[in-house]
Design a protein around this ligand. Structure first.
Ligand SMILES: *Cc1c(COP(=O)(O)O)cnc(C)c1O
Length: 225
């Protein structure tokens, strides 16, 4: 764990921005070290790994978990009981399944809608029209009563070109502003989860309220494990 980086981030990050420590592929020991420095919000991308870490982290009850990976509808039971926020909702089908789970379990699930802003077609996420359609149904038809829509999440194009990354971040920030004007009744819809280890500074300049930082805190991930 890069303790100096974590301490510096916690000191320098404006208070309205949440630092999400992306602990995927790192052992619980790394989480404990970050916890000892006061870090409380962690994110995982695989249901099984989230579940096993939650079980091992019982002695850190004020720790919060975010889910940031692709979530299959048959894995909801491994994620929704534990996640304080599901950042990576990227399909209508997944939203419908989360709503059904929430209804059955008497819970209201916090989500971000993942927006497709990158150049790569392969990247996940909704297009603007789809997000508009969902939020119209939420506000007009009272759709998804068991889901609390907290804002947008996005990943920039996979490139070193900071101007492209800035353009992606600016697009998602502008869309969030537009949605807030259009749907003032959605009072909780204010989070903008953009920025990772290599582009968080640019994301903060572009209006991020949540940065998701993995390798800069925990070092390189070992995908072999
Ligand atoms: C892995 C991951 C991150 C963290 O990436 P780093 O480059 O290690 O900071 C952030 N967001 C998502 C969605 C991820 O999957």
């Amino acid at each position: 764990m890069n303790r100096d980086f974590l301490i510096k981030m916690k000191e320098q990050l404006p208070p309205q921005i949440t630092l999400v420590a992306v602990s995927k592929f790192h052992p619980l020991e790394a989480i404990r070290e970050a916890y000892a420095e006061g870090q409380r919000v962690f994110a995982e991308s695989r249901p099984q790994e989230l579940m096993s870490k939650v079980e091992q982290a019982q002695d850190m009850p004020d720790l919060q978990w975010h889910f940031i990976g692709h979530l299959q509808t048959n894995k909801l039971k491994m994620v929704l009981p534990y996640a304080d926020l599901v950042q990576s909702v990227d399909s209508q089908r997944l939203l419908d399944a989360i709503e059904k789970w929430g209804r059955e379990h008497g819970r209201r699930i916090n989500v971000l809608l993942e927006m497709h802003v990158a150049l790569e077609e392969s990247k996940q996420g909704f297009y603007e029209e789809e997000i508009l359609d969902i939020l119209f149904r939420v506000t007009q038809d009272k759709a998804y009563p068991h889901i609390c829509f907290k804002g947008l999440m996005g990943m920039a194009s996979h490139t070193d070109d900071m101007e492209q990354i800035r353009a992606d971040f600016t697009r998602i920030k502008s869309f969030l502003d537009y949605l807030q004007d259009l749907f003032p009744e959605l009072e909780s819809f204010k989070e903008l989860s953009i920025g990772m280890s290599d582009d968080y500074q640019c994301a903060i300049e572009c209006g991020s309220t949540m940065v998701r930082i993995g390798s800069a805190i925990f070092g390189e991930r070992n995908y072999e494990k």
